[in-house]
Unconditional design. Structure first.
Length: 326
């Protein structure tokens, strides 16, 4: 069994409350806006450390008192679900209920470990399209995550400043994994889609991309939602894998008799039904799909998970809060 809908709900155009089936697609989120533990925890102390920290008799303690920022609360949530497995292109996505104006405290406190080693990545801040959130910070490196890896995120930010008059009100921990490195490359000229796993070819499928008036976007896209049946303008479309908020999917198109021969779609990647079902079941949330020669403009960073269409130099600058936290 597979779910009716499994969604990352990255932006406002993906409905977070769409109906879901009972069992999980590989890598499915438990809920579109799931977070890790959000209860701030005080530092653990034992009797020994408590006694050792006391000043000697007749002396005055010189230990600095912890400082806590004050102001309007900024609540942090994570897009990913704890304990889940994602594709190697999945950025860490933190969302904030108010517009953070200073990223320094957040970025100094945040740590990301890959197989126990600090990741060499950066946070990129952008306006959020998700309901109830003002901004997002996405974390990635210069390259995709390694396959079959353990990723641990620690955001001990409760009480830290989010800018003048703003304070983070919760801390988060997240532990996820990556699966096999699934990278799919879609060739608009040959109308073929090549699927690889851990660097080895798995399948080559015939496709039909967007026609001239509705061209398919160019660039790198990330699998962000699975729909057993997607309603597209009143037409039930089976085996739909969403790639952008604006409506690009890889899906079955039994009505298209020119798959592998001509680009006739409204921008989506059309497959024969059997191929679409196979790709749907093969894929993970966070898998990479590349369109190096698609005729349309490059997919925007905010259109789903267009993170990999931003150069590393631009990404490291910080986006919306460029210069604030880097």
């Amino acid at each position: 069994m597979v779910p009716a809908v499994v969604a990352l709900a990255v932006g406002g155009t993906v409905a977070a409350a769409m109906a879901r089936g009972g069992s999980s697609h590989p890598g499915a989120l438990a809920t579109p806006t799931a977070t890790a533990s959000t209860t701030p925890r005080p530092p653990a102390t034992s009797a020994a450390t408590s006694e050792a920290s006391k000043p000697a008799a007749g002396t005055t303690s010189t230990q600095p008192k912890p400082t806590t920022a004050t102001g309007a609360p900024v609540h942090v949530s994570l897009l990913e679900s704890d304990g889940q497995t994602y594709g190697v292109g999945m950025p860490i996505v933190a969302r904030f209920t108010r517009t953070v104006t200073d990223a320094k405290a957040f970025e100094k406190a945040a740590t990301v470990l890959v197989n126990g080693v600090p990741a060499d990545g950066a946070w990129y801040w952008e306006t959020s399209g998700a309901n109830g959130y003002a901004v997002e910070a996405h974390y990635r490196g210069a390259d995709y995550w390694p396959a079959h890896a353990s990723i641990k995120v620690n955001l001990p930010v409760a009480g830290l400043s989010a800018g003048t008059g703003l304070v983070f009100d919760d801390s988060l921990n997240l532990s996820i994994a990556t699966g096999a490195e699934h990278v799919t490359t879609v060739d608009a000229s040959t109308k073929r889609m090549t699927v690889t796993s851990d660097g080895k070819p798995v399948k080559t499928l015939d496709v039909s991309l967007g026609k001239a008036s509705t061209p398919t976007y160019q660039g790198t896209k990330i699998v962000m939602e699975f729909d057993r049946v997607q309603d597209m303008e009143g037409t039930p479309v089976p085996w739909s894998v969403r790639l952008t908020n604006s409506g690009e999917f890889i899906h079955a198109a039994p009505w298209n008799s020119q798959i592998g021969q001509a680009n006739l779609s409204h921008g989506c990647t059309n497959l024969d039904t059997a191929d679409a079902e196979w790709f749907y079941k093969f894929s993970l949330l966070g898998d990479v799909v590349q369109y190096p020669d698609a005729p349309g403009p490059t997919a925007k960073v905010w259109d789903g998970l267009g993170d990999w269409n931003v150069s590393w130099a631009t990404w490291r600058a910080g986006g919306l809060l460029a210069g604030s936290g880097n």
